[in-house]
Design a protein around this ligand. Sequence first.
Ligand code: BES
Ligand code: ZN
Ligand code: MN
Length: 503
Amino acid sequence: MISVKLTQQAFWQHNVEGYLIPLKKDLVELGSESVLKYIEEHYYPHLKELLKKHQFEGDRGQAFTLTAKKGDSLIQFLFVGVGGMHGAWHQELEILRRALATGLQTAKRNALKDVVIALPAGSLYQLSDDELVKQMTLVAHMATYEFTTFKSDSKKKAPWTSTVLICSAASTDAVEQGNIIGVAINQARHWADLPANHMTPAILAGEAERIAVKHGFKKTIFGRKEALELGMGGFCAVDAGSAQDGKFVVLEYKAKASDAPTIALCGKGVIFDTGGINLKPTSGISGMKFDMSGAAAVITVMDIIGQLKPAVNVVGLTPLVENMPSGTASRPDDVITCMNGKTVEIQNTDAEGRLILSDTLCYAEKFFNPTVMIDIATLTGAVQHGLGHFYTGVMTKDDELAQSLLAIGRKTGDRTWQLPMDDDFKGAIRSDVADIHNNGSSAYYAGTIVGATFLSNFVEKARWAHLDIAGTAHDVPAINYVGKGATGAGVRLLTEFVLNFQG
Ligand code: BES
Ligand code: ZN
Ligand code: MN
């Protein structure tokens, strides 16, 4: 655990164990602090020669640590490279995130109990100081997350705690926001990293309830009996195979103004996705504990909103179920009726996310009349083929919504890319026996877009966007601050979306 704090003191006035110093190519400093000169004068007279001798040139991804004696204590200079900085601002910003992550991971490895960071001005990245500090604060949390719940060794030693000081002219509010968002993202990751025998529908609903109580949100939580009464045929069809009762969770945050618009956030919460009767093969089943990442993101964003109190109403809705094969499970060929009366032929029990989300979208519109609805789901394996692990798929017919989600993705590093959506795809889910089917005809390919097209049947009048995080929610390679396991995909994106929403 770390806690990030802002400091107005000059870099060298801090008495800390670590000094994190980002450098550009050829050992050029990012700020104007003359940090290198100071080290040369006080500790290492031939610093630049020494760094170059050890191949550290300030290239991006590079890191080098030097230890020195300051009074009675040992201190460390953590140099990290950001390269030539010739890319677009958002690419350079991502490089800075990773450079800081590298430095802080070294600090963690070396158990440094406090670190000060020489952060450049936000203007270097076309951002305000506040924005840069907020982003780097939350990344500091992400970079030092680890999932150690089941590691016996980790219980024997005290967890690493550290104070991270950021030298900047930004407001303390910016760091505070960064701390809130960063801690929350790691909470979402922790929930998703927990395996399904430790993270059940009831447990996640319990976490949501705890958050509701903490912030005074109105909460509605019910199981399959009430879902059946409400006509939620999609939710019930997926829930039917599990020995555990599913939970449908609704959290309501109310803004001060009585005329504030409402945003509905809907998160897919499949605690484990076996595929159901269309059982997944071994190669496809591992990792399916992460199939509740959308729900984890939504509940987490509600937790953030409870602390940051934006001027917009926000409703978080999460259907929490376990997709299991059993004697009570739905079968292929079953026909169900969703909450809006539409009938669905279940051609594949493994396309379960869209079944539970259909009723969730209906429920959100029916009871909250939201201006905007965004759903977030590990919906399709296909999105991994189309966009890989670095971009969440955005699908919407609302161009303004798309542009906003793309821009926020670029700024936050929670990156998004738009896939098309139009009526031509509707043919892919045409059913011979019901209004639609849930599988998508192989003749159409585009499984990710077809999934979105299915969901569009359950949105009547709200502006709506669908986020497919199946590629970005877990096991993302190469990004050091998300590492192994759950990433918290969508939390930064949805948080900024809500905070910046203007009617
Ligand atoms: N949870 C999966 C999607 C998924 C796949 C997420 C891989 C993360 C990694 C989803 O429920 C699913 O099984 N989708 C099917 C849909 C198909 C049957 C139309 C898929 O992608 O194969
Ligand atoms: Zn699934
Ligand atoms: Mn599935």
